[in-house]
Write a protein that binds this ligand. Structure first.
Ligand SMILES: [Mn+2]
Length: 322
């Protein structure tokens, strides 16, 4: 359904429970906070279903709106949630009951009775902005701050390849409001945990170059994760590091997961290397500029050997030696 149809549907119903996705990011939480605010602004009752994995960075946006025990909802709306497999912990009783899914993932599995999906949008927050303007004609400052958080975090502060003119249009309109932009940007983009900084340092120091500097490979061990106290929440965009070096066509981050033989790679590249084609050789995939693959039962050392053998096929014929 379209944004206008979603707005009409929201106007016609009430007592909303909003669902965010597992390992919630700025987009799902910012979108949920903005939607609750917008629904309340037009006289509706709305709360957010508690997501235990919410990190401190985003907690302030959603904590005023968490559903109290025994809240008798009548309508369930999910935001930025591509499938029911991504529903948060403790939501088992809500499966199969979503009335409306608002999402920007083309892979949305259509689990809701009604779906408003637009894969051309970089962030779900862009859709929520249009929806709230349709619903109320305007947004308040705090809603604008939540939407800025959604839009800016899902685009890596307007730097990822998904950023479009519409992203900037929405960003321009929400920053007309008083959202405390310098402080918000400082918290969202210019602040790191000590663990993350130590992890970055080790990842950078561990980069090895191959094929005349066209390939950069680094690794993250489980021991490093344990030592720095980093969790998945600290891993955002860490794989961008080796690929960000000048002259590198392909940056690979190898990582140990639950054990030393449960490993994965994340590959990042520019136009001159196809990450998706490379990862598909190992049963993985993704996008041309960002892909990954998983491996079981091998160590990082063995994995490195396998990767270099495959890279030989690409780079040796081009005159680069390992
Ligand atoms: Mn998103």
């Amino acid at each position: 359904m379209t944004i206008s149809e979603a707005a009409s549907w929201l106007r016609a119903h009430d007592d909303y429970l909003i669902i965010t996705h597992r390992r919630p990011d700025g987009d799902t939480l910012g979108s949920a906070a903005a939607l609750v605010r917008g629904l309340r602004a037009c006289g509706k009752t709305a709360y957010i279903f508690k997501n235990e994995e919410t990190t401190s960075k985003y907690l302030g946006f959603v904590s005023p709106f968490l559903a109290p025990d025994g809240f008798e909802f009548r309508s369930i709306v999910s935001v930025d949630v591509a499938s029911e497999g991504l529903f948060p912990k403790g939501s088992e009783h809500l499966l199969g009951r979503t009335d409306l899914a608002i999402d920007h993932h083309p892979s949305n599995t259509l689990y809701a009775a009604l779906t408003c999906v637009d894969g051309s949008k970089a962030a779900c927050g862009e859709m929520i902005y249009d929806l709230l303007i349709e619903l109320n004609g305007d947004i308040d400052d705090d809603t604008a701050a939540a939407l800025y958080t959604a839009i800016s975090t899902d685009t890596g502060c307007f730097a990822f390849g998904n950023t479009t003119h519409n992203t900037f249009r929405c960003a321009a309109l929400v920053t007309e409001k008083n959202i405390g932009l310098p402080e918000l940007n400082r918290v969202l983009f210019r602040t790191k945990s000590r663990g993350r900084l130590e992890l970055e340092g080790t990842v950078m120091a561990g980069i090895r170059y191959y094929y005349g500097g066209r390939v950069a490979i680094t690794s993250i061990t489980k021991a490093l994760m344990d030592r720095t106290g980093c969790t998945e929440d600290d891993m955002d965009d860490i794989a961008a590091i080796p690929g960000a070096v000048e002259g590198v066509w392909c940056g690979i981050t190898m990582r140990e997961l639950s054990s030393e033989t449960d490993v994965k790679i994340s590959v990042r590249s520019g136009n001159l290397f196809n990450s998706n084609e490379f990862c598909s050789k190992f049963g993985g995939g993704g996008h041309a500029m960002a892909s990954g693959a998983s491996f079981k039962g091998i160590t990082l050392e063995t994995l490195l050997g396998m990767l270099l053998e495959e890279l030989d096929n690409i780079f040796l014929p081009q005159g680069y030696s390992r």
